[in-house]
Design a protein around this ligand. Structure first.
Ligand SMILES: NC(=O)C1=CN([C@@H]2O[C@H](COP(=O)(O)OP(=O)(O)OC[C@H]3O[C@@H](n4cnc5c(N)ncnc54)[C@H](O)[C@@H]3O)[C@@H](O)[C@H]2O)C=CC1
Ligand SMILES: O=C(O)CCC(=O)C(=O)O
Length: 428
């Protein structure tokens, strides 16, 4: 596509916010590269993953029938090192979503200086409607299907939406049957007894808090006493609610796939954590629930989308009351919404920065697996904080110096090393 065609498509899209996550990611990458003065070939290289594998996975269901699931693994760019990123089990997984997710992983690893490119995987399925045994067979089938392109020096998966340490354990076990000698570092987010890292489970939320504290300093806000709304009560959202509650913030809203709870006086987070199931579902137990969309526009100081993509859009951005939006989810805010929020002075901490705590501690897990020597929680926390704080400051400084929004600044910071590495390799 020529620059002119790109501009025309961009203009058409901006008047009608039908942006796909892939197209909007391409749009920001294009602008970021242009701002840095890179040639069009660089965009051509980075606008899509280098590799995408689509697999069909036959699974024997408990009733004896066979269901065939579609899965994907995308590897965006491996100039810097192996690709890295989670695996999502969700009914709405698409090729396009997995591609965008892999591109966000590249940028995340670039911002935080991890020696990886981005990868991501997903299977179209609804684990909430599958038995434990069916899930195990699906997880193992997926690993058999992608085993040729993954590995500790090629592409290292991890958990994402509706996957967890048990699923990582089955996947690692299956991989170790196929490749006997390089299994521990093949996947991260494993249970501790199988070479997991202390702190990985809560690392996404810990990283979100570190980024949130930096953003709060910029806005002159104190976390203690701030009112926070969190959309999504799974791995990222529930640990975050707990940590914020323990730090004296008032968590006034939470949600899951079925609805939301809001109380301006603060919710009883320990009670809700106790009632939540392993898929992060809790709201169905309350008759007082509101919708996810209603939750996002309730009064609060800080809003944390921690569920899925495209939640804050042109439709609701103007009504968001938070001073700070910290994106724990990947892709929760559209580009038009980013502009609307930025124009009205809301500070956005973009996904590729805010939720990078997960992959940072996954990197620590991989390093520990490679060394065979395991760190304490204190070491993990200290290193995580150092990387994330420096990353926030670099992105924020870029935004201020260049007079651009935080998302564009994050992309510029995140793409730089990948472009340099691709150039040194002679790819562009
Ligand atoms: N788990 C991790 O280490 C990381 C996760 N993320 C991102 O954080 C987000 C959440 O991931 P996890 O907490 O791991 O997933 P999870 O599977 O543990 O929890 C997902 C939560 O979102 C809710 N949800 C699902 N569909 C929803 C909808 N349509 N509306 C509102 N809520 C909905 C679920 O009910 C659940 O509470 C995702 O965007 C993921 O990519 C980002 C970095 C790392
Ligand atoms: O832990 C990882 O390697 C990746 C986590 C992930 O999928 C993400 O950051 O979106």
């Amino acid at each position: 596509m020529s620059v002119k065609q790109f501009e025309i498509r961009k203009e058409k899209r901006e008047t009608n916010e039908q942006l796909s996550v892939l197209e909007s990611t391409q749009q920001v990458i294009h602008t970021a590269l242009e701002n840095m003065g890179y040639r069009q070939e660089v965009y051509e290289l980075l606008k899509e993953p280098l590799r995408l594998l689509t697999v069909r996975i036959p699974v024997r269901m408990d009733d004896g029938s066979v269901r065939v699931f579609t899965g994907y693994r995308a590897q965006h760019n491996d100039a810097i090192g192996p690709t890295k990123g989670g695996i999502r089990f969700h009914p709405n997984v698409t090729e396009e979503e997995v591609k965008a997710l892999s591109m966000w992983m590249s940028i995340k690893c670039g911002i935080t200086g991890l020696p990886y490119g981005g990868g991501k995987g997903g299977i179209q399925c609804d684990p909430r409607e599958m038995s434990f045994q069916e899930l195990e067979r699906l997880s193992r089938g997926y690993v058999r299907a992608i085993s040729q392109i993954v590995g500790p020096t090629k592409d290292i998966p991890a958990p994402d939406v509706f996957t967890n340490s048990q699923i990582m354990a089955w996947m690692m076990d299956e991989y170790s049957r196929i490749r006997e000698f390089d299994s521990p570092g093949f996947i991260t987010g494993k249970p501790l007894v199988l070479g997991g890292s202390v702190g990985r489970e809560s690392s996404t939320a810990k990283g979100v808090i570190i980024a949130m504290k930096e953003a709060a300093k910029v806005k002159g806000l104190e976390i203690r006493g701030s009112k926070v709304i969190i959309q999504g009560f799974g791995n990222a959202g529930s640990f975050l609610a707990k940590f914020l509650h323990d730090e004296g913030a008032k968590v006034v809203g939470i949600s899951d796939a079925y609805g939301a709870l809001y109380d301006p006086e603060g919710l009883d987070i320990d009670y809700l954590l106790d009632k939540r199931d392993s898929f992060g579902t809790v709201t169905r137990q309350f008759s007082s629930r509101i919708t996810n969309q209603e939750l996002l526009i309730q009064p609060c100081d800080i809003l944390v989308p921690a569920a899925l993509e495209n939640q804050i859009t042109e439709e609701n951005a103007a009504d968001i009351q938070a001073q700070i939006v910290v994106e724990a989810a990947n892709g929760p805010t559209t580009l038009r919404a980013t502009e609307i929020l930025t124009e009205k002075g809301t500070l956005i901490v973009p996904d590729v920065l805010a939720n990078s705590g997960g992959v940072i501690v996954s990197y620590f897990e991989w390093v520990q697996n490679n060394q065979g020597y395991y760190w304490t929680e204190e070491e993990v926390d200290t290193k995580l904080e150092a990387i994330l704080t420096a990353s926030f400051l670099q992105v924020h400084q870029t935004a201020i110096t260049r007079g651009i929004n935080m998302r564009l600044a994050a992309y510029m910071v995140g793409l730089k090393k990948m472009v340099e590495a691709s150039s040194f390799r002679g790819w562009i």
